[in-house]
Write a new protein. Structure first.
Length: 309
């Protein structure tokens, strides 16, 4: 199944996808143990469940179906793959229908999936099956930071510490609305750095390998906008994260992007990556004004189970 997925998504696997594929290959060597655990406890049923299409004694199609919340209301459909030689025969549609039937039989209320916007064939299939788009995340990349001057100092633009993760978490959940979080809800652990992570960041900074900058626009009670810049000297790519309250879109993005570009002048001229919500148009435009280019958009789609397409 891992080799089928690797072949089907050759040009789509990002670092996260490649990591998941490596884990799948590792698990293939533990299949006997996983089978015993699944039969004895049933705890793995919602982690590794799914359906395959078998022809000529080979797995030529696959769909993974996983429980997405502890209540079983929302289920994720993923890894919809068909071997190249068997495409065009409706196998993907039959696997998808089986997956939807499974969600319905499990009393799930919603089925949710993700697909890249350039995959027109898959998007058309999911639309035919009654799925609707509920948001997307845009990957952007800059080959190297242009030479720019620092922006004029803003009184309410200042640094914040890693311990101030709560106002950052509140800002991020405010920006990424409920629909955007259909695939994976925002978690506190994404923002609350562990003690080990803090020590690791301190060591890398002390060695001159990496520096993490945290800056925000702050009112009396909350963060209005914030960014986290991870500037590298060894790794070969810088990363930017940026959040702005939706009602303030267009107010801070240009300033923050200029600050990022000016800060990176002191670092190797390596590529810069960032991911923004497709709804954050002002942020995307600000990034593009400094030379960022869209790489791909990962679209989230949902469908209420039991509904007819």
């Amino acid at each position: 199944m891992a080799e089928l997925i690797a072949d089907a998504f050759t040009n789509e696997l990002d670092p996260r996808g490649l990591a998941a594929l490596r884990e799948m290959r590792i698990m293939s060597h533990l299949s006997g143990l996983l089978k015993v655990l699944s039969r004895s406890t049933g705890d793995l049923d919602d982690v590794f469940s799914g359906f395959v299409w078998v022809e000529d004694d080979n797995i030529v199609g696959n769909v993974t179906v996983q429980r997405a919340d502890k209540y079983g209301n929302r289920w994720q459909i993923a890894n919809v793959a068909v071997a190249r030689a068997y495409r065009g025969r409706g196998i993907a549609k039959k696997l998808m229908q089986q997956a939807l039937d499974h969600v319905t039989a499990s009393d799930g209320r919603w089925a949710v999936l993700q697909v890249y916007d350039h995959n027109a064939v898959a998007r058309r299939l999911y639309s035919q099956l009654g799925f609707e788009e509920v948001g997307g995340m845009v990957d952007l990349k800059l080959t190297h930071a242009p030479k720019v001057d620092p922006p004029v100092n803003a009184a309410n633009f200042h640094s914040f510490s890693v311990q101030q993760w709560q106002p950052l978490y509140e800002l991020a959940t405010n920006q990424l609305n409920t629909q955007t979080q259909w695939w994976r809800a925002m978690r506190r652990s994404d923002f609350q750095a562990s003690f080990e992570q803090q020590i690791g960041a301190w060591i890398w900074h002390s060695m001159g390998r990496q520096t993490i900058y945290r800056r925000c626009f702050q009112s009396l009670r909350r963060f209005e906008a914030a960014l986290v810049l991870t500037a590298e000297r060894w790794r070969g790519v810088h990363e930017v994260q940026m959040w702005v309250r939706p009602e303030l879109y267009g107010s801070y993005e240009q300033y923050m992007m200029q600050w990022v570009m000016a800060t990176l002048q002191a670092y190797p001229r390596w590529p810069v990556k960032m991911t923004l919500s497709s709804e954050h148009v002002a942020g995307i435009q600000a990034a593009e004004s400094f030379g960022f280019q869209k790489q791909q958009t990962l679209v989230t789609m949902r469908r209420r189970t039991g509904d007819s397409p």
